[in-house]
Design a protein around this ligand. Structure first.
Ligand SMILES: [Zn+2]
Length: 544
């Protein structure tokens, strides 16, 4: 036998796979048999993984992200949206954390959701009692699995861990709870011990077992090894972290090897590099393999709710829910997208509850600029368009996002149009501090001065109330988006506020910069109102 063939054969035996020598017939290449890691005996095609469901742990593992703390009301709101999105299991918190957390879990259980609501429990009986007290449907019991955790952290033995686990599972199951056992740091545990521990948990009455990649250390190969070994033990769940940027891949490998419950969080928030993002796994299965799991059109609303509640912003380039995921700026991409929606997108934004955006900047081209102008009912001549495009690019070159207001102003300038402003901010005073925030504004409305005052939850809110007071019913516009950027650091920072406002079926975005955030905000909003009112010549700017 040639030496290379013998090496291959030995390697195959070590990896536990069938050796296919070079003289053997070519393997089956049918697409329906295309397994993620070759013809591994323990995997299935992801297209067959139609049984996959999600356990969301945004309210537990997600909340463990540095600086995140959710109020009971916020947790209840998120739980409701998770349920609307068809998440099957919601980990509402850890009952052992304290009375406040228990109150929150009770609030979630009292929502009477379709989802199974569970509490995270350490491997002690009291934690299960506290969870029962909150009226949960089930528990996630975490027990040490790696030698590091068993010997160094807890100071116990493998045998004792198995005995304790069996006792806890029996106790929880006897109380009618759905039980999942998590072997902490399982991806670094001895595989033989993992199988022994998880088999004992299943025999004691657990509904399923999970091997968390607690520190995000696992490679796809390690995941395959673990989940292939647990295949015969019982139903399995994945719990992956993104420290190596492999959280989605690892979850998919677990699913390919038979796991049917994926733990994750919205936006992937969590300790360190975070957990796997449920929206990413759901869309990978949906788009990549035609497997439906969550109600994907709910995903963007959920992402926004979690970002707003936790204060953890979504990175603009984040898959599925990032601001730029369906935004096209470059001339070539915009032109292509205008010809065919799917030219530069893997799937339509509506699938995840979003809309496509074409924005203008330094990469703008003729087609994009013309389309944007048409959207604002501005028709320009063939001789005017090149000049408008070049000014848009010039503004973009200076590092600025070109807003609707910028584009309209450029078009007016190029076309030599004088535009009469409907509404203009003349003066603004705002005060906040220990009392109720108040603001007063002086506006010029169609040539006539008006003043009004208002109160609000903060100075910006108070100023907006005052603007509304001065404009009456003409200010019936909605603030769709509000975004603040500090251009320079330090306490003397200049901020740019960008707002998107809509009125009827018209939408306009405007930016304004100032050293004072309230002034920048109000100026942007007044400018947006001015643009929106221009669409409607008949609007009576009454003092009502
Ligand atoms: Zn975790």
């Amino acid at each position: 036998m040639p030496i290379t063939r013998r090496i291959e054969e030995v390697a195959a035996r070590r990896l536990g796979v069938k050796f296919v020598g070079s003289s053997d017939p070519t393997p089956d290449t049918d697409a329906s048999n295309s397994f993620l890691f070759g013809d591994h005996p323990a995997t299935r095609s992801l297209a067959e993984a139609t049984d996959v469901e999600f356990l969301d742990t945004t309210l537990r593992d997600g909340e463990q992200a540095p600086g995140v703390s959710l109020t009971p009301a916020e947790k209840a709101r998120i739980a409701k949206r998770l349920d609307d999105a068809d998440v099957s299991v919601i980990e509402a918190g850890s009952a052992c954390t304290g009375p406040g957390e228990r109150e929150t879990i009770r609030r979630v259980t009292s929502l009477d959701l379709d989802a199974t609501v569970v509490s995270f429990c350490r491997g002690v009986r009291n934690d299960i009692d506290l969870a029962l007290d909150c009226g949960v449907d089930g528990v996630d019991i975490v027990v040490p699995a790696s030698d590091r955790h068993i010997e160094t952290k807890v100071g116990t033995t493998h045998e004792q861990v198995v005995r304790d686990t069996v006792e806890l599972v029996e106790y929880a199951a006897d109380h009618g709870l759905w039980v999942e056992v998590l072997g902490e740091d399982g991806s670094r545990a001895d595989l033989e011990f993992l199988v022994e521990l998880m088999s004992a948990a299943m025999d004691a009455g657990a509904d399923r077992v999970c091997v968390p990649d607690t520190v995000g250390h696992a490679t796809p190969d390690r995941m395959l090894e673990i989940y292939a070994a647990l295949n015969e033990v019982g139903p399995t769940s994945t719990h992956t972290h993104d420290d190596l940027g492999l959280a989605v891949t690892n979850a998919l490998v677990g699913v390919a090897a038979g796991a049917d419950l994926v733990h994750g969080t919205v936006n992937g928030i969590g300790e360190r590099a975070g957990n796997v993002a449920i929206e990413e796994v759901a869309i990978a299965l949906d788009h990549g393999y035609g497997v439906g799991t969550l109600r994907t059109e709910e995903l963007y609303g959920l992402a926004e709710l979690v970002a707003n509640s936790t204060g953890v912003p979504i990175a603009p380039n984040k898959a599925v829910v990032g601001e730029n995921a369906f935004t096209h700026e470059s001339g070539i991409h915009t032109d292509g997208t205008l010809k065919d929606d799917s030219m530069y997108e893997p799937y339509p934004p509506e699938r995840v509850g979003r809309e496509r955006r074409l924005v203008l900047g330094k990469h703008a081209g003729r087609a994009g600029v013309e389309a944007a102008l048409t959207e604002h009912d501005v028709g320009v001549g063939e001789d005017e368009l090149p000049e408008i495009v070049s000014r848009v690019k010039e503004l973009g070159d200076r590092g600025k996002r070109v807003t609707d207001a910028d584009l309209l102003a450029i078009a007016e300038e190029v076309r030599g149009q004088e535009r009469e402003r409907r509404v203009e901010l003349l003066d603004l005073t705002a005060a906040s501090g220990s009392g109720t925030p108040t603001a007063s504004v002086r506006l010029r409305v169609k040539g006539e001065e008006r003043t009004a005052a208002g109160t609000g939850s903060g100075p910006v809110d108070a100023a907006l109330t005052a603007v509304r007071g001065a404009l009456g019913s003409a200010a019936d516009a909605q603030l769709e988006e509000y975004h603040v950027d500090a251009i320079t650091g330090g306490t003397d920072a200049v901020v740019t506020v960008e707002v998107t406002m809509s009125r009827g079926d018209r939408t306009v975005n405007v930016a304004a910069s100032d050293a004072d955030i309230t002034t920048a905000s109000v100026r942007a909003m007044v400018d947006a109102l001015d643009r929106l009112l221009a669409y409607d010549e008949d609007t009576v700017l009454a003092d009502d």
